[in-house]
Design a binder for this molecule. Sequence first.
Ligand code: DI6
Ligand code: FE
Length: 403
Amino acid sequence: MTRVLWRNARLATMDAAAPWGWIAHGALVVEGGHLAWVGAHDALPAGLRADAEHDLGGALVTPGLVDAHTHLVYGGDRAAEFERRLQGASYEEIARAGGGIRSTVEATRTAGDDELYDSAAARARALMREGVTTLEIKSGYGLAEAHEARCLGVARRLGRELPLAVRTTSLAAHALPPEYEGRADAYIDSACGWLAGQQRAGLVDAVDAFCDTIGFTPAQTERIFRAATALGLPVKLHAEQLSNQEGAALAARFGALSCDHLEHLSAVGIEAMCAAGTVAVLLPGAYYYLRETKLPPVAALRAAGVPIAIATDHNPGSSPALSLVLMLNMACTLFRLTPEEAWRGVTVHAARALGLADRGVLAAGRRADFVVWDAQHPREIAYRFGHNPCRRVVFGGTLRDPT
Ligand code: DI6
Ligand code: FE
């Protein structure tokens, strides 16, 4: 196995033992796809021989970024809806009038496989240019068995063809498709029935639902969770985004990996998430884009010790964001996270929201996914916005070509 030494780095390992897991004069040793050694230069094992060496000249190195919540695969866009909203229509009005998610469903169903793949790949590359090495992708714009499978298949293909780790989430319970108008329970029955086939085809890593007034009820969500749990699939939930349905407490009862959005999260929900070890995935892009005013209860989450992750929620309607680096800044400015909390939110806690213990921290034994930045300290990257200081990305031990 080849051994590569990366020397002369400022390391923000995100290890919990020290603020930022900071190592001012650090080095990394990569063997194959994993980190074999991480630490201070002075402590490098004596006589260590490497097949290759890179001098980083004091540049900052962090773990590869993890975007733990995206809806990256869909047809068309919603620029016209954006314009309508600026002319006075609300997101909920548009959704109720058959626009919103449903218009993307229509565009997704009519798009060809390659068209879906190419548009999603272009978006994935934009995220990769800013250091994303692991990306979660949800279905939820097919809303029919074959179309949901097709979208999950496109997500899997992205993971095969791009130097990027992709985790897929089945989100058939995202919206009610037009052919089930007035028959939400029947739709949920169908969606529950699709999961086994998706699992057999190797298409699904987790199961999600949208529990809200314009989504599905807690009782319907629970049925999806039961079907997922029966197959041994972990669950997560779009919870308390537009209203409080006590969805977080429901998800926590199923040991959910994460609850996401959470602007309307209650004290009961926080306690349940804390007890279940569920990650709170906050989505400043959607909060900003929908011009929400109710903030997620960050201070209470912090006080309860609930791990907080930050993601783009990339989707064509409520968060057409293609920058996880921008979300670092927005998590600080809008949600008042500290820069370090925001950074843990796109690394170690984001990995945990996906159930991945092998990444998100720079430490021996973890995957060799890391980013070399044109910066001295990660707080600089949270401080600026509209700037991409990502210089090099190592994915699974290999230097990734600029995309
Ligand atoms: N919450 C959201 O913000 C997105 N989905 C969801 O459940 C919106 C998706 C869209 O408008 O297309
Ligand atoms: Fe979402």
